[in-house]
Design a protein. Structure first.
Ligand SMILES: *[C@@H]1O[C@H](CO)[C@@H](O)[C@H](O)[C@H]1NC(C)=O
Length: 311
């Protein structure tokens, strides 16, 4: 319904760092650097987990899938942000905005589920080592990751539809660097209350359920490790899940503070900084965390480099 004198919004304008135009150049270089290292790191993880036979296990299957996802996840927001830092118009079309939100939400929700699947994998490996190979078969692996993607596709579709069926009748300035859920909800006119609540509830469910699942898995993992007889076995076992634990903390930490914070604490500027953490930092850190902390990955990298030199 676009009655009266309502102008209908056909494009949105980003105003992320408009207060400080001097830093746009340095910000561009910094973000570009982070983006390129994210791509290189994650492509490398996909390469070694594909090529190296020693890494053909469920844990690395999930890691490979996570890297694949991170590439799409950063690509859904960063290139557009880079273009905006260089150009004057800094806009995105209505459809472009919806597409960006859909891609970002899909990959974000899938990541939540995939991280939970990885925690389950570590739980089985550490708490039920004798049954690990039967319980975490290749079929189970594929199923768990397929379910993660499926949930992402459906839930993101619901969220995006909820937000883009709201009327946008005037304000079109997004105080953010991409079309995220909350900044867009703020622009909608009329009674957005019901949609806000629904969006919030969906976010709570699909962030908190995987998160609680991860917490429960890790409590059991830590309990099992704690009961181990020698310090050496404790350390060795802990090292296999330590990388995952850091990745989970980084991603969920910033995600929970952003989406699940009571509205009274919402501020656009802190929101922007926080989302830099899960859109930029966490995808860049994953490959680093996994390759620096992990002996198997380091050895596989050495083998890969040796092979390339000997060719
Ligand atoms: C990730 O998992 C999905 C679902 O099982 C699969 O279709 C996709 O090919 C996987 N991607 C990679 C790079 O392993």
């Amino acid at each position: 319904m676009t009655s009266r004198n309502h102008t209908v919004v056909t494009y949105f304008q980003f105003l992320p760092f408009s207060g400080i135009p001097e830093i746009q150049g340095s910000l561009f270089c910094l973000v570009l650097l982070v983006y390129v290292s994210t791509l290189v790191g994650n492509i490398l993880i996909i390469m070694i987990t594909t090529v190296d036979v020693a890494l053909h296990s469920p844990m690395y299957f999930f890691l490979k899938n996570l890297s694949f996802l991170e590439i799409g996840y950063t690509t859904s927001t960063i290139p557009k942000m880079l273009v905006n830092l260089l150009t004057k118009r800094k806009g995105i079309s209505f459809l472009g905005c919806a597409t960006q939100m859909y891609a970002f939400a899909l990959l974000g929700i899938t990541e939540c589920c995939l991280l939970a699947a990885m925690a389950y994998d570590r739980y089985l490996a550490i708490c039920h080592p004798l049954h690990y190979t039967t319980m975490m078969s290749w079929n189970t692996c594929f199923l768990l990751s397929a379910v993660s993607w499926f949930v992402g596709v459906l839930v993101a579709l619901g969220q995006t539809t909820l937000i883009f069926t709201l009327p946008y009748c005037g304000p079109n300035r997004i105080n953010h660097f991409f079309c995220d859920l909350l900044p867009l909800l703020k622009l909608a006119c009329g009674a957005t209350y019901k949609n806000e609540i629904t969006t919030y509830i969906i976010a709570v469910i699909f962030i908190m359920v995987p998160f609680l699942f991860i917490v429960v898995s890790y409590v059991q993992i830590l309990y099992t490790i704690f009961k181990m007889p020698t310090a050496k076995s404790k350390r060795k076992t802990f090292s296999t899940c330590f990388s995952h634990l850091i990745v989970v903390t980084l991603f969920y930490g910033s995600g929970i503070v952003t989406y699940l914070r009571p509205k009274a604490f919402y501020s656009s500027s802190s929101n922007k900084l926080l989302s830099l953490s899960y859109t930029l930092m966490s995808p860049m850190m994953n490959p680093l965390i996994y390759s620096l902390r992990n002996k198997e990955v380091k050895q596989a990298l050495k083998r890969l480099i040796a092979k390339k030199i000997n060719m």
